[in-house]
Ligand binder design. Sequence first.
Ligand code: ADP
Ligand code: MG
Length: 316
Amino acid sequence: GAETRQKRGNEYVDTPSDVDYVQAFLREYDVQHGLDGMEKVRNLLSILPILNRHEGKTVVVKYGGSAIGAEAALDTTLQDVAALRMVGMRVVLVHGGGKHITALLDKLQVPTRFENGYRVTDEAALEAAEMALSAQVNKAIVRDLARLEVSGVGISGKDGGLITAVVKDPALGRVGSITRVDPRVLTTLLDGDFVPVVSPIALGEDGDGLNCNADDAARAVAEALGAESLVFLTDVGGILIDSHNSKTAVDHMDVKRAEELIDTGLIAGGMVPKVRGCIHAIRAGVGQVSILDGRVEHSLLLHMLGQRASGTTITG
Ligand code: ADP
Ligand code: MG
């Protein structure tokens, strides 16, 4: 190994450096334990500067309804959240849960229909939405975080005046359009090292609940917090030029191109509020905005470490 020349008396002699001792120690340790300690150290040294840059930075993660499901046991997103917490990131999770609302409405035998991609939400549907989102999905995420020793606090947009909304369209019933975000409840939790888990139920200006699109909620929260990053985790590999062909996923596009794809209808359905959210957030100063494939293992962590992850990053 590398040796340092040290002066002993009048002559220079080669003596093992501290690095040699550490290397020898690790080799011995590896032999005894059957580990490759040196490889771990090298990996750690390559990643530490990147991790260090994240300390104290805020990331808002939209955890898609589609990304939370029966395969939750296989889901690595919350493990990634735990890792980001360990490096001192301030992480806010905003979740959806359309499938869970539908399942609960089915169970309660409340009929439901969609108009322009929005669920027509009467009082009964709003009650079910609150049960599915703020109780079932929200508390399941908090529980799964607890299993990873992460202290999550589940709240809705109603709590602490976080999200205020107005009725989007009277024909849709209790569907909200976000008018205001007061992030104080989030900063208080983040300062206390908690991970806020937010369900997208807002307080209406009329004092009643409103069901908001979770992508809009995540976008609005990220802007209000002045977050460094906003990540949408979903069930496709990012923005596809042909929504039926996963091979047409685009790694990167600018705001102008994203707007064109919405205007021409190539971006449709549930992808529209995500991409609109990306565009709005970039213009509001959120540094890094991406739509990632939540089905791919560790896509969140890969992305945060600056590695290629399956999905699309949008820039200004
Ligand atoms: P989430 O639960 O993550 O919000 P959504 O179903 O609301 O998921 O939105 C993602 C869906 O948007 C995709 O599964 C896909 O069916 C649809 N979509 C429409 N156009 C596109 C497109 N150009 N690229 C990718 N997905 C698209
Ligand atoms: Mg959606």
